[in-house]
Design a binder for this molecule. Structure first.
Ligand SMILES: Cc1cc2nc3c(=O)[nH]c(=O)nc-3n(C[C@H](O)[C@H](O)[C@H](O)COP(=O)(O)OP(=O)(O)OC[C@H]3O[C@@H](n4cnc5c(N)ncnc54)[C@H](O)[C@@H]3O)c2cc1C
Length: 474
């Protein structure tokens, strides 16, 4: 756009949201133009910060009329560069952070209605204040927003019990690229009235419209919990333990995370010096957690019995049960230090694969073998939410190795190996992080061409001018 039309366009945005909420100074724009992993740096005409759905509607109508692209941005914690604009200085960033109102809590219906710009932590806190639980929990929950969680169909550690975002959303409000408002803020658990439009917005990564509100499911709050760290001989033992725990604890099994021995070692090497609660190192460890809404539930005893049974039958080699909240936090600190450990260890290439739970051992073994054969300097390690088949294969290469010199080429070669194994086992190349900008080529290789064409048709129907988050997904 020429300077004069740009200035006119900016003035019209200012008259919609107020001059203070149209950012154009380089310093103000900077945090919105870089992704969480610092892999993408973009440029934008401005950042606009609306305070209501009506304002979003007017902004999108203006952009539609002027042919300006829109990049919706929540907490900017996404892993795939999906909230970062192109560097060509033709789009605006629409930052939802001012839309942070909890609209309504209905305890008897078990629902909370919120603005899309509420942080996940704020929604969890509002639910807790009402004596209920919103179960999604991510390492980024202080910053990431409900709109971003929905747009990425986020997962996290509690998917095993409560499902991903797609299972937690009852209703959605969204603004179409031309400014029309889709009001599907239904607080219903049953609603068979044609196509469920909300499901198109869930996982759409800002390519179909802007999510402005949602009705989310609440659950009984957790009043008792028990955590254990167990040592395992191999990944098959992890699956046996999972199966055993599901049979014995049923729905109380809330978390089942696995960490390979190599990854565990990297965490323990961190300069911050985490305490290793186990007496010896093991090829794999699992962090398991039971929770219950009954404060009288004797979960420590139940977990001790289940783990003891698994030791007796040879599934578990070693175990520590947390005997206090502080000790449980120490165990979880190991899991939450994985990303830091990988950065500390070298250049890491991580993957967000899911496979059928029964295929996790085959995935791990095949990736390990193929990566070691092809990249002798590389260390393949694994961490994941094995209860839902989501296993992150991380390939760490020393910064001074040949592989580290051409990062793009190495990433493509490693991705190809991991994706090939995943696809051969009926898996997916993206379990919970999405496609964004980083994984577009991989999506093309993964999806059936007919599915991809249908997706493009849907995109064209919602966004015929191609203004919503161009370059993401497609
Ligand atoms: C430390 C850390 C831990 C993490 N752990 C997990 C994890 O365990 N599981 C997991 O799934 N993810 C995890 N993530 C990734 C990230 O937090 C999630 O993808 C999260 O859902 C992104 O939310 P956000 O608000 O930050 O979205 P953003 O990063 O701002 O945006 C992500 C995508 O959603 C779109 N978008 C954002 N808001 C809207 C909206 N209102 N309407 C339409 N489109 C929108 C953007 O355009 C972009 O395409 C983690 C990230 C970090 C940094």
């Amino acid at each position: 756009m020429d300077p004069q039309p740009v200035n006119d366009f900016l003035r019209r945005l200012e008259s919609t949201v107020g001059a203070a909420n149209v950012l154009t100074d380089d310093g103000d724009l900077a945090p919105y133009l870089v992704d969480a992993r610092r892999r993408y740096k973009g440029s934008a005409l401005c950042v606009v910060r609306p305070a209501s759905t009506q304002e979003v509607s007017r902004i999108l109508a203006l952009c539609h009329e002027a042919g300006v692209a829109v990049v919706p941005q929540g907490g900017n914690t996404g892993m795939c560069g999906g909230a970062t604009p192109h560097a060509d200085h033709t789009s605006i960033v629409l930052a939802l952070g001012r839309m942070n109102r909890v609209r309504e809590i209905d305890p008897l219906n078990g629902t909370i209605s919120v603005d899309a710009g509420c942080t996940l932590a704020a929604v969890r806190a509002a639910a807790a204040a009402a004596g209920q639980l919103f179960p999604m929990s991510l390492g980024s929950e202080g910053s990431c927003q409900i709109g971003g969680n929905i747009a990425t169909n986020a997962g996290g550690t509690a998917v095993l019990r409560y499902g991903p975002m797609r299972d937690l959303v009852l209703g959605i409000e969204a603004v179409m690229p031309d400014g029309r408002i889709v009001n599907a803020m239904k607080a219903l658990r049953k609603d068979n009235t044609g196509y469920a439009l909300k499901h198109l917005f869930i996982g759409s990564e800002g390519t179909l419209g802007v999510i402005t509100g949602a009705v989310l499911k609440l659950f009984a709050s957790t009043a008792a919990d028990a955590v254990a760290l167990v040592g395992l001989g191999d990944i098959d033992a992890a699956l046996s333990l999972l199966h055993h725990m599901q049979a014995r604890a049923g729905g109380r099994l809330t978390n089942f995370e696995v960490i390979s021995g190599g990854e565990y070692e990297l965490v323990m090497k961190l300069p911050k010096g985490l305490h290793d609660p186990l007496t010896a190192r093991h090829p794999w460890v699992a962090i398991v957690e039971l929770t219950d809404s009954d404060p009288e539930a004797a979960l420590d005893d139940e977990l001790a019995t289940i783990v003891h049974e698994a030791m007796e039958n040879g599934t578990v080699q070693d175990a520590v049960l947390a005997n206090s909240k502080a000790q449980a936090e120490l165990i979880w600190a190991i899991r939450h230090s994985v990303t830091e450990a990988n950065i500390n260890a070298g250049l890491s290439f991580s993957h967000d694969t899911s496979v059928p739970v029964s295929q996790v051992p085959a995935f791990v073994r095949d990736v390990e073998r193929r990566i070691t054969e092809r990249f002798p300097a590389a260390l393949p390690v694994f961490v994941g939410h094995v209860g839902d088949g989501n296993i992150h294969a991380v390939v760490v290469v020393p910064r001074d190795s040949a592989e580290a010199q051409d990062v793009e080429a190495t990433a493509a070669a490693i991705n190809a190996v991991v994706d090939e194994v995943a696809i051969s086992l009926g898996g997916s190349i993206s379990a919970e992080h999405g496609i964004g900008r980083s994984n577009r080529a991989r999506l093309r290789a993964y999806l059936d061409p007919a599915d991809l064409a249908l997706m493009r048709d849907i995109k064209g129907l919602f966004d015929p001018k191609g203004l919503m988050n161009p370059g993401v997904l497609f």
